[in-house]
Design a protein around this ligand. Sequence first.
Ligand SMILES: O=P(O)(O)OC[C@H]1O[C@H](OP(=O)(O)OP(=O)(O)O)[C@H](O)[C@@H]1O
Ligand SMILES: Nc1nc2[nH]cnc2c(=O)[nH]1
Ligand SMILES: [Mg+2]
Length: 164
Amino acid sequence: MADSNPSPKTFPVSWEELHRNAKALAWRLIEGRSWHGIIAIARGGLVPAAIIARELDLRVVDTICIKSYSDDHARGEIRILKNIVNPGDGDGWLIIDDLVDTGYTAKAVRELLPKAHFATVYAKPAGKPMVDTYITEVSQDTWIYFPWDVEPQFAQPLAAQRRG
Ligand SMILES: O=P(O)(O)OC[C@H]1O[C@H](OP(=O)(O)OP(=O)(O)O)[C@H](O)[C@@H]1O
Ligand SMILES: Nc1nc2[nH]cnc2c(=O)[nH]1
Ligand SMILES: [Mg+2]
């Protein structure tokens, strides 16, 4: 995606869908191995990380706090606002984020924790190669709206929209 994000398509995600997809991710992550704990990429990774921590019975949850997008969906420089305390190389740790878009956030975290397992609920094609496990793919020109991004509001009936 370019630095400013036109995203002609939108993909609203409900709490129920997010919960179901995060649980689907937990199913994938519980297969065949155990984890020391979770490193959530805040803020977007916090809710999926909480769901996955509950499903995998993981009680150790740390955060890396990163900002790369502003509220108007424009991507800026990646800023690591808080790192984890004792990173090591990440071996045996799960990194959880809500989504991977361009993959720049994931790339920056992978450089810090090269042996961690990087998992997201949603993935766009450009960022897909940066994640080890994801559940749902959406197209690159789609902007995902999470439940915390939106609130219900009145929608015009179709006939009224046509009348203009
Ligand atoms: O693959 P990328 O293009 O790097 O984009 C993905 C990142 O963008 C969003 O975070 P954002 O920086 O908007 O902060 P937030 O998690 O606080 O919403 C999202 O939560 C991912 O962390
Ligand atoms: N909410 C949201 N944040 C993003 N950050 C980068 N891409 C996206 C997206 O599609 N939705
Ligand atoms: Mg984020």
